[in-house]
Design a protein around this ligand. Structure first.
Ligand code: HEC
Length: 192
């Protein structure tokens, strides 16, 4: 009987300990979940689709020569938005030397944000010399129109075609707002 009792006792203690640590873990999880923002329609700042006119480009069959906003794009903010995994996440598919140069090697968070580049798409170095601002805008807004033969995997950041089953409150919302698109285009223009 005695050994059995001890076993039960040890088991019970182990259970109590396990229950305690599970409760602690749950409390920690609840705490960290509270810090995470509620789901939004898009990862970037949710904004309505802005109307734009598509014209013929020089190197590409389509371009949007007129900016989407009156306020000119800010290249420094464009780099931030391009690197931000919750916004452009462009580095998931493209390497950009200018972003890499911003990675602070002594800061793991900075290295994660600016120093982690994929190669699904071509490197974007020099892209400001290869395309007009209107073409760059078209590529970011809706790359399927910019590269009609490619069936590209690049997302359309400011377009609402080809999607269904969207939560009702998110209809007509786009991945990146017009001003963020302009910021990114300003940044790309500087990559010469
Ligand atoms: C899922 C991967 C993916 C993401 C994310 C992505 N792209 Fe692309 N991008 C591509 C691919 C692939 C191409 C090449 C076109 C093709 O053949 O599909 C491309 C092409 C381009 C080009 C033309 C490059 C050239 O030299 O012709 C530019 C400019 C560009 N992307 C900018 C961006 C920007 C800016 C972002 C973020 C806002 C971004 N891309 C996000 C995959 C991606």
């Amino acid at each position: 009987m005695k050994p059995a009792l001890r076993t039960i006792c040890i088991g019970a203690m182990a259970c109590a300990l396990a229950a305690g640590s599970a409760a602690d873990t749950r409390a920690q999880q609840t705490k960290s979940v509270k810090k995470v923002q509620a789901p939004r329609c898009s990862a970037g700042a949710t904004t309505r689709l802005v109307r734009y006119k598509v014209e013929r480009g020089e190197a590409l069959p389509a371009a949007i020569p007129k900016p989407l906003t009156r306020k000119p794009g800010d290249a420094a903010r464009g780099l931030e938005a391009a690197a931000d995994p919750g916004k452009g996440n462009c580095l998931a598919c493209h390497s950009i030397a200018k972003a890499l140069a911003k990675a602070d090697q002594s800061d793991p968070q900075s290295v994660r944000t600016y120093g982690n580049h994929g190669e699904v798409g071509p490197p974007l170095n020099g892209v400001g010399g290869r395309y007009t601002p209107g073409e760059l805008r078209m590529i970011v807004v809706d790359p399927k129109q910019a590269f009609p033969d490619a069936e590209t995997v690049m997302p359309a950041y400011h377009a609402r075609k080809g999607v269904k089953d969207v939560v009702a409150r998110c209809r007509n919302q786009v991945m990146l707002g017009a001003q963020t698109v302009e910021d990114i285009v300003a940044f790309l223009e500087e990559l010469k």
